[in-house]
Design a protein around this ligand. Structure first.
Ligand code: PGA
Length: 279
């Protein structure tokens, strides 16, 4: 996989003038996120307990994405706690309103305090027919309304083995961002083979892929690609977080399994917060 010139220079800077200073220069332009994707987990009581227990950090943007019915109570718990924790949904419908049984609109999410929404998660692509066109519609409508999309892309094991990773990611990126020329979004690279399997991508492989993603982003949005946070997701946890944190093109993590317990999620927040302070 070819490294972008920027990544090459960044790596060179890190090697030449030392990791700490390099890190400071390279990642300071981008926000660092630690985002919890709870999927279909947690009760009301567990949500209250979790939000009471976790620590937040001013160095890192912490976002929690509970299931839809827990969004409003989560919003209230966060407000009560006074912690700078963002709230995100796991899905949204593209239409303003109407006869779409079981769906939730963008304004409904914003009404209950959501600022973020995960779009195009591989589980939704797999189980709910979410394709690039739908992802694009949802992203466009969310951006228009000021809801920040967390756009997920990633290849399956078969695609990886067939050496189609770059091809798949390029198609997903161009698809998701078709005709999008403004607004802030977050990208999450989530190799499907690493999600919930305990088989996380090595930090080196993730870095290489993130660098590739940024080079494709550059073709789509130009220099703005440098300021877009690209998160890694797929069996990220307390033990491997520091390795991802050290990489110049990895700007945080989207966490499933390890975000279900306050102590392990906290551990990940601490790793990313420390990285920033130390740099
Ligand atoms: P995982 O899930 O951390 O359990 O692998 C990540 C995700 O699906 O967002």
């Amino acid at each position: 996989m070819e490294q972008s010139i920027e990544s090459y220079i960044k790596n060179l800077v890190r090697e030449t003038i030392g990791h700490t200073l390099g890190q400071l220069q390279l990642q300071s332009e981008r926000r660092i996120y630690v985002i919890a994707n709870w999927k279909m987990n947690k009760t009301l009581a567990e949500t209250a307990e979790f939000l009471q227990k976790i620590n937040s950090s001013n160095n890192v943007s912490v976002v929690v994405c509970p299931p839809t019915q827990l969004l409003y109570p989560a919003h209230l718990f966060i407000k009560q706690s006074g912690k700078p924790v963002g709230l995100g949904a796991q899905n949204v419908h593209w239409a303003d309103k109407g006869a779409y049984t079981g769906e939730t609109s963008i304004s409904m999410l914003q009404d209950v305090g959501c600022e973020y929404v995960i779009i195009g998660h591989s589980e939704r692509r797999q189980y709910s027919g979410e394709n690039d066109q739908l992802v694009n519609m949802k992203v466009a409508q969310s951006l228009k309304a000021g809801l920040t999309p967390i756009i997920c892309i990633g290849e399956t094991l078969e695609q990886k083995n067939a050496q189609k990773t770059e091809q798949v990611l390029t198609k997903q990126l161009f698809g998701a961002l078709k005709d999008i020329d403004s607004g802030d979004f977050i990208l999450a690279y989530e190799p499907v083979w690493a999600i919930g399997t305990g088989q996380s991508a090595t930090a080196e492989l993730a870095q290489e892929t993130h660098s590739y993603i940024r080079s494709v982003l550059k073709q789509i949005v130009g220099q703005k690609a440098e300021s877009i946070s690209i998160l890694y997701g797929g069996s990220a946890n307390e033990s491997n977080a520091a390795e991802y944190r050290a990489m110049p093109d990895i700007d945080g993590v989207l966490v499933g399994g390890a975000s279900l317990q306050a102590h392990s999620f906290d551990g990940i927040i601490n790793v990313f917060a420390k990285g920033e302070q130390n740099s």
